[in-house]
Design a protein around this ligand. Structure first.
Ligand SMILES: Cc1cc2nc3c(=O)[nH]c(=O)nc-3n(C[C@H](O)[C@H](O)[C@H](O)COP(=O)(O)OP(=O)(O)OC[C@H]3O[C@@H](n4cnc5c(N)ncnc54)[C@H](O)[C@@H]3O)c2cc1C
Length: 422
């Protein structure tokens, strides 16, 4: 695969998400040869996937070519490949393009949806963890209305216009807010011959409050915003089954052809010799992100679980944790190259936030909690700054301003029809 053998130690990094990319940016590649592997040739900014799914942003504005991000780096090689197996005894990874030996391995493969063993939910519900899944959801939402307009069966029409979101974390409530904006500003004009008031948006949550990972104040405020936007919230409710037409919960059933799964995630890493996983399929690492009992293998980001007094079940699976771990591990490798000791990872929690549509957001900072219009401006500013480059910031900002003043969502397109499972 045209990667030269040189005298420098080789670090193979699997995954160019928030953790792998930060590591790649911070590592001193004059001291190591870096081989970055990802199954895609782009990095995805997952926090804005819901805006792609709800026709608010073009997919191109939240994904970036990896080669563009790492271009010009010395001793740096990127290859598109899916890692299938990690052999820690032979110090080799087996990938779709062949075997790649390593001196050090960094696993940064992130997380995937966890359906808690419910096969029907996995088959019929819509996940939203990648740009492809977000585009599938965008197509399905629009297809539903195109179908609803053609049917004379009132029950079927309502089923097509009912949306059930499972999980009231930031992803669930942000998507619910975006759907309610579609219902209010876009769909009535697009489908004048459909009674859009009959469209229902439900959020089903097993916990006793929305945004359970944030403060109680943020939960109460966001619940108020959601209710004001006409979103039905079902707390303390567990989804049990879904056959593509009816959602079964332990409290009541919903007639809906669209269930969006935003309820659970688990670690996602290739099969690996000698690497044990936790119940949530994460990899247990020490405070240096080093995998216990395996030499020269590290894990960072969502896949890594560092247990500490503050986070006994591991750090939260967040972009900020992943970026901080990527940076810290790179600094540690740079320190080793200078014959210095590694420093332990400690998560610096800078706060969390979520938006529920136009002018409304909740923000929890370590020293302050607020919401409303100021929260929304803060949410927009922080997300713009987190985007990878100036071009993306400009495109996203222009889109947001256009939408804000024109109440428009320009990308309600079915580019590739979503085929429902049989
Ligand atoms: C819809 C959504 C909204 C979110 N919103 C927020 C938010 O508002 N704030 C926040 O802090 N966090 C948010 N998160 C969480 C955040 O995105 C994750 O914590 C973060 O992406 C984790 O980074 P990572 O590098 O560990 O994994 P990822 O960013 O998921 O990257 C993993 C990479 O590994 C690659 N990969 C996986 N398996 C293989 C393989 N076998 N071979 C080769 N490559 C592989 C993937 O292609 C991917 O590029 C959100 C997540 C989602 C899904």
């Amino acid at each position: 695969m045209n990667i030269p053998e040189v005298d420098l130690p080789r670090i193979v990094v699997i995954g160019s998400g928030f953790a792998g990319l930060k590591f790649s940016n911070k590592i001193d590649s004059s001291k190591y040869q870096i081989v970055l592997i990802d199954k895609n040739n782009y990095h995805t900014f997952q926090p804005l996937l819901y805006q792609v799914a709800s026709s608010g942003l073009e997919p191109d504005s939240i994904v970036y070519p990896i080669r563009k991000i790492v271009k010009g780096k010395k001793n740096f090689f990127f290859r598109i490949a899916e890692t299938q197996k990690i052999d820690t005894e032979q110090k080799t990874i087996h990938t779709s393009i062949g075997e790649i030996p390593y001196d050090f391995l960094v696993i940064a493969t992130g997380a995937t949806s966890n359906y808690f063993g419910m096969e029907n939910i996995e088959k019929y519900s819509m996940p939203m963890k990648s740009v492809v899944e977000a585009l599938n959801l965008r197509s399905l939402i629009i297809q539903n209305f195109e179908e609803a307009i053609n049917t004379d069966d009132i029950k079927e029409r309502e089923r097509l216009m009912n949306f059930v979101i499972v999980g009231a974390g930031p992803t669930g409530i942000e998507l619910a807010g975006a759907l309610s904006e579609l219902r209010r500003f876009i769909l009535p004009a697009d489908y004048p011959d459909l009674d859009i008031r009959r469209m229902q948006i439900h959020i089903v949550e097993a916990n006793d409050r929305v945004l359970a990972s944030m403060s109680k104040k943020a939960s109460m405020k966001s619940e108020k915003y959601l209710k004001k936007a006409g979103i039905n919230i079902w707390l303390n409710t567990h989804v049990k089954d879904f056959n593509g037409a009816t959602v079964v919960t332990d409290k009541r059933n919903f007639e809906s052809s669209t269930v969006i799964w935003a309820a659970g995630i688990e670690g996602c890493s290739p099969e690996a010799i000698n690497i044990e996983k936790t119940r949530g399929k994460r990899i247990l690492v020490d405070e240096f992100n080093c995998i216990k009992n395996v030499e020269d293998v590290y894990a960072i980001g969502d896949i890594a679980q560092i247990e500490s007094e503050k986070y006994p079940k591991g750090n939260p699976m967040l972009a900020s944790v992943a970026s901080q771990q990527g940076a810290q591990l790179a600094h540690n490798f740079n320190r080793i190259a200078r014959k210095k000791k590694m420093r332990p990872f400690v998560y610096k929690d800078k706060g969390s936030m979520a938006t529920v549509g136009r002018n409304k957001a909740v923000v929890d900072l370590p020293f302050l909690q607020f919401g409303g219009f100021f929260g929304w401006i803060t949410w927009m500013f922080v997300h713009l700054m987190l985007l990878v480059d100036f071009r993306s910031r400009l495109i996203v900002f222009t889109n947001w301003m256009w939408r804000y003043f024109n109440y428009d969502r320009g990308t309600r397109l079915i580019i590739r029809k979503y085929k429902k499972p049989d």
